[in-house]
Design a protein. Structure first.
Length: 556
């Protein structure tokens, strides 16, 4: 109905003002794009539009006069529609009751595809998220990134984007060397030598566990190698084990990646040299203090950045440049990077890279996730891989479960600090917002089972849906009608928390309906209609929870 109204409004302008080259048709008369969407206050109607406000100047009419003409135009073409002019020229629409009733049938017909759209126009998006250093098990911060990134990917795909889910493995550099040295130190400790971890080493017990699992004959072979090759052997063994664990834990957390991109492949494949040559050809590299610098400040960064150290070793900045050049050459229309708050200072330099490699404006979009603090009984739990005391993603899942962990993370905006209270998360009750939508899906499943046992078909017949006339029923249907817009809006705004909040509203609307109206009664036609509404509600909840990779249980 929203699309139909928008088309009607546009037809009015084309018909009544044919001499104007309308901007919403790609014309050049200036901004004339208008919105048709649910009003903030449901008491104002089902849909609202600012069409008269944004086109009045082009039409040469006062906004209220134009709004009244638009309202009459729409009412004449949609029987049962009521249009009201509010304020300086806003239009509020009240849809015919039949439009709400028909939506139930449309939801049931669409099933798992209800809410799917082509809003993204097939745009190719590379979404990189988590990308934690593979120097230890994924921790709670990574879990938040996994929940956010995978849900955003699902929203984008459901909204018509072609999404690649990518994990960037920082499997080169000093932190990998430190991991290898830490593993060797732990092995030597097991042989009775004093523990001698490097200064920047990893203290976690997971390193000791890896040392305990080493094959003595394999270690003996490594120990015959020159120092550099020996360190690389320990590091590669540790990396292989950790990456395998990363893949497993991410999959367990219902987060799968299409691409696991190795930083080392950039080094081995000469990609860093290609990026450096590109910058040199553009006159963006100069020498100072024995090092080579990139003119990052030319693109808005606060200072220039070293690309080659004085000893010839490349910096992470150059690796980042090579990585994003590779992304651009893979043909993505958009690169979305989800980074932690400690990367706030990287935004300007990353945008400088995007401009320098010739990416279109807006091609690189960086989303920052705020910190997670894990709390239990009022005490903050440490989460440092190097310090050796931390709660892994696996620990969290074992404790509260995948559904609770994901919804807990998705309940808050990405730019909000999140305090994950373990005690609160363990509470499984209807008072918990985490479980609220799931309780609704389970309750509806129970209602449908009882109806089936009573021999009552949940499928509506003939004019059954016309019996849905109460405010609780129509209010719930209005909320269900918002689902496609909520999905597209959450994807466009990069805010999966909108979906969580919306599903809470659906659950609240269902519970109001359930407590006020008997679903199965003596009136068979009314019972079938209400059962159909229950099924449509469960479909919307299941579709939404599915996008969050959260179960829609039939029993709780």
């Amino acid at each position: 109905m929203k699309e139909r109204l928008a088309a009607l409004l546009a037809d009015y302008f084309r018909t009544q003002f044919p001499g104007l080259n309308w901007a919403f048709d790609g014309g050049d008369q200036g901004p004339a794009e208008f919105a048709v969407q649910p009003p903030r206050d449901a008491a104002h109607g089902d849909l609202a539009s600012n069409a008269a406000m944004v086109t009045a100047k082009l039409c040469g009419l006062p906004p209220r006069e134009l709004a009244e003409a638009l309202g009459r135009w729409c009412e004449e073409r949609l029987p049962g529609l009521r249009a009201e002019v509010a304020g300086p020229g806003f239009l509020n629409f009240r849809l015919p009751v039949a439009a709400h009733q028909d939506l139930v049938a449309r939801i049931l017909a669409a099933g798992a595809d209800y809410g799917r759209s082509e809003a993204g126009g097939g745009q190719r998006v590379d979404l990189e998220f988590v990308s934690a250093n593979p120097t230890g098990p994924p921790v709670v911060v990574s879990a938040r990134a996994a929940a956010f990134g995978s849900t955003l990917a699902n929203l984008l795909a459901f909204s018509g984007h072609a999404v690649t889910r990518e994990y960037y493995l920082n499997d080169a550099g000093s932190q990998v060397d430190a991991l290898g040295e830490s593993l060797r130190a732990r092995w030597r400790e097991l042989q009775g030598e004093p523990l001698a971890l490097p200064e920047n080493g990893y203290h976690g017990l997971y390193v000791k566990a890896m040392a305990e699992a080493l094959d003595p004959s394999q270690v003996a072979a490594w120990e015959t190698l020159p120092a550099e090759a020996r360190g690389r052997a320990y590091a590669e063994h540790a990396l292989a084990g950790i990456v395998e664990s990363l893949r497993s834990e991410m999959s367990r957390f219902r987060t799968d990646f299409d691409v696991w991109f190795s930083e080392r492949s950039l080094h081995d494949g000469g990609k860093l040299d290609e990026a450096l040559s590109l910058f040199e050809a553009k006159g963006l590299v100069y020498e100072a203090d024995g090092a080579r610098w990139f003119r990052s400040s030319d693109f808005g960064d606060d200072k220039d950045r070293v690309v080659l150290r004085s000893d010839g070793r490349p910096t992470y900045f150059l690796a980042d440049a090579a990585y994003h050049l590779d992304k651009l050459r893979r043909g993505y229309d958009k690169a979305l990077n989800v980074l932690g708050p400690d990367h706030h200072g990287h935004v300007a330099r990353m945008q400088a890279i995007a401009q320098a490699i010739g990416a279109p404006e807006g091609w690189l979009e960086i989303l920052l996730l705020q910190w997670v603090t894990l709390v239990e009984n009022g005490e903050t739990v440490a989460m440092s891989k190097r310090a050796g005391e931390f709660v892994t993603m696996g620990d969290l899942v074992d404790d509260v479960g995948v559904d609770v962990a994901r919804t807990y993370f998705l309940a808050r905006r990405r730019d909000s600090h999140l305090e994950f209270d373990l005690v609160q998360a363990r509470e499984q009750s209807s008072k918990s917002r985490v479980f609220y939508a799931q309780y609704a899906t389970a309750r509806i499943a129970g209602i449908l089972r009882k109806a089936e046992e009573a021999g009552l078909d949940a499928a509506p017949e003939g004019e059954d849906l016309a019996r849905l006339t109460s405010e609780e029923e129509l209010g719930l249907i209005r909320t269900l009608a918002e689902f496609p817009d909520q999905v597209a809006g959450a994807a466009a705004a990069r805010e999966p928390n909108r979906l969580f909040n919306y599903l809470s509203d659906v659950a609240a609307g269902f519970h109001r309906f359930y407590h006020e109206r008997q679903v199965v009664g003596d009136d068979a036609a009314l019972s079938r209609a209400r059962l159909a509404l229950c099924r449509a509600t469960r479909q919307v909840l299941a579709n939404g929870l599915g996008l969050m990779a959260v179960d829609a249980p039939e029993r709780m």
